[in-house]
Design a protein around this ligand. Structure first.
Ligand SMILES: Cc1cc2nc3c(=O)[nH]c(=O)nc-3n(C[C@H](O)[C@H](O)[C@H](O)COP(=O)(O)OP(=O)(O)OC[C@H]3O[C@@H](n4cnc5c(N)ncnc54)[C@H](O)[C@@H]3O)c2cc1C
Ligand SMILES: NC(=O)c1ccc[n+]([C@@H]2O[C@H](COP(=O)([O-])OP(=O)(O)OC[C@H]3O[C@@H](n4cnc5c(N)ncnc54)[C@H](O)[C@@H]3O)[C@@H](O)[C@H]2O)c1
Length: 448
């Protein structure tokens, strides 16, 4: 048998990689992780974690708003102090992860990984060989190819801003735009959203999206629909964003949030005979590429399911089990929850209301739990969920609008994936009062 430097080598160190790396190392495999930027990847360093940390104080402001007349509303967020706090909490995480992996016996190779052939990887000026390889290179922010594109910023740069600009313009009507616009406007910035169509937040419940947009408009966010950005002009003290229709918007900071692009270029996929397209790396039902010993995992995959941290983790765990022979079956994804971390949040799992309306076998119900349980939902009367039941009256889909939508969807993910019945719910006692027990009580009633 051929002699390789490592049993398994990962290109990338995000969630798609390190979960499998640890499991494989614990099972006695020799493992290397190649990383060219920051150990632990996007979510930990410039994605989910800093995003939710920065959002924390604004969530408090949002909740304060439900007690007007009871609590003084004269509170504001000190952005520079918040940024300092973000650095204190987030910056050490990468080193901590590196130490944890090295203590487990994983070799961390810093540098740009590039396949030379199907078993050989060049890492800057050194070369290693590996029996198995996992491509876990993630995605990068799209940058619109327009004049003055060098004046636009990515989500990563936005989350490093020491001072929040007075006027911020987001290009794109997707997740990143809404999450950042939601906090920027609460921080007092003048916020504009430029979208090249009039569709926003594709995939989320359209009624909830409309409700969220109305709220953001009331807070001051200005939406510019059906506008195609053509140019960003640098002026002496600010910038002007121009569109095809003639809109000229003066602003201090432009965030390009027009999507994320799989990192498939410059990593030697063609040298190794791995098939890919601009949508990502092509894999079979076992997450194996055209070369059966080369797997791909996480955001870099060409797949139709949401590109999220929990799916990257799920795939990483699957690959470890498959390589160890513990799971020889094709990967089987459960229903995957999506959460939009705006104020309030939107979340969903399973069959959507839009899908259910196309199929007579489903029943759709709207449950205005915020109105019905004012005390448990702390005056958030707008909170509601739209549920989809199948013919057996089991919960197959939920879409939520409300501050607690992230935690509630986790409870309901359990109900959807386990095909829970009213009898199951009635056989359990839940703590009361709490947001989840309120929702479960109402759910039982709707499922009867
Ligand atoms: C602003 C933002 C907010 C997000 N919020 C959420 C959220 O709230 N919830 C959620 O579930 N998901 C969220 N996501 C998505 C989530 O971050 C990704 O789904 C997740 O990080 C994917 O993990 P990954 O390991 O596939 O990729 P990554 O974490 O991107 O890791 C890939 C790694 O590969 C490295 N790499 C690339 N090419 C090479 C090379 N040639 N050599 C060596 N190393 C290389 C990169 O530097 C990177 O570290 C967010 C993303 C962004 C951008
Ligand atoms: N809460 C979460 O789970 C979370 C949060 C942030 C990011 N993410 C990850 O990042 C991705 C979101 O990134 P995003 O918000 O940049 O992408 P997105 O796909 O959600 O939104 C992109 C937006 O840009 C628009 N657009 C695309 N091309 C354009 C063009 N040429 N000109 C103008 N507009 C254009 C699209 O119509 C869309 O509105 C998610 O898919 C997910 O993988 C997840």
């Amino acid at each position: 048998m051929a002699d390789y430097n490592y049993d398994v080598t990962f290109i990338g160190s995000g969630h798609a990689a390190w979960h499998a790396a640890l499991t494989l190392r614990q099972a006695g495999k020799s493992v290397a992780i190649i990383e060219k930027d920051t150990i632990a990847g996007t979510c930990t360093n410039y994605g989910c974690n800093p995003k939710i940390l920065l959002e924390g104080p604004f969530e408090v402001l949002e909740k304060l708003g439900h007690y007007e007349g009871i609590l003084s509303q004269d509170v504001s967020v000190d952005w520079p102090a918040l940024m300092e706090y973000k650095k204190q909490v987030i910056n050490p995480m990468s080193d901590g992860m590196q130490q944890m992996m090295e203590q487990a016996g994983i070799d961390i190779l810093m540098g740009h990984g590039k396949l030379q052939d199907a078993r050989t990887i060049q890492v800057d000026d050194r070369t290693i060989t590996s029996e198995y390889i996992v491509i876990a290179t993630g995605q990068h922010s799209n940058v619109l190819d327009i004049t003055g594109k060098e004046h636009s910023h990515t989500s990563r740069e936005f989350m490093d801003l020491e001072v929040l600009p007075r006027r911020i313009t987001f290009i794109g009507g997707g997740i990143i735009t809404f999450e950042f616009a939601s906090i920027a406007v609460k921080a007092g910035a003048e916020v504009h959203i430029i979208n090249y169509s009039d569709d926003y937040l594709e995939g989320f419940h359209t009624g909830h999206v409309d409700q969220l947009m109305d709220k953001l408009k009331a807070e001051g966010v200005q939406f510019h629909s059906n506008e195609s950005t053509t140019e960003i002009v640098k002026n002496e003290a600010d910038y002007t964003l121009k569109t095809e229709s003639g809109l000229a918007l003066d602003t201090d900071y432009v965030v390009d949030a027009t999507g994320r692009v799989p990192n498939v270029a410059g990593i030697g996929l063609e040298n190794a005979g791995v098939r890919y397209s601009k949508k990502g790396v092509e894999v079979d039902a076992y997450l194996r590429t055209a070369q059966k010993h080369i797997y791909a995992s996480g955001d870099v995959l060409d797949k139709d399911i949401p590109k999220l941290t929990p799916t990257a983790t799920f795939e990483s765990d699957y690959i470890a089990a498959n390589i160890l022979g513990m799971n020889p079956d094709p990967i089987e994804y459960p229903a995957i929850p999506m959460v939009l971390y705006t104020l309030p949040r939107l979340s969903s799992i399973g069959v959507t209301v839009a899908q259910a309306k196309e199929d007579d076998s489903y029943t759709v119900k709207t449950v205005k739990f915020g109105e019905r349980m004012v005390f448990e939902y702390k005056n958030e009367t707008e909170a509601q969920m739209d549920i989809v039941l199948n013919q057996n009256k089991q919960l197959v889909g939920v879409e939520i609008y409300g501050n607690d939508a992230a935690d509630l969807i986790n409870v309901l993910t359990f109900a959807v994936n386990q095909q829970v019945t009213v009898k199951d719910l009635s056989s359990m006692i839940f703590a009361f009062p709490s947001p989840s027990s309120g929702v479960l009580d109402l759910l039982k009633f709707e499922m009867l």
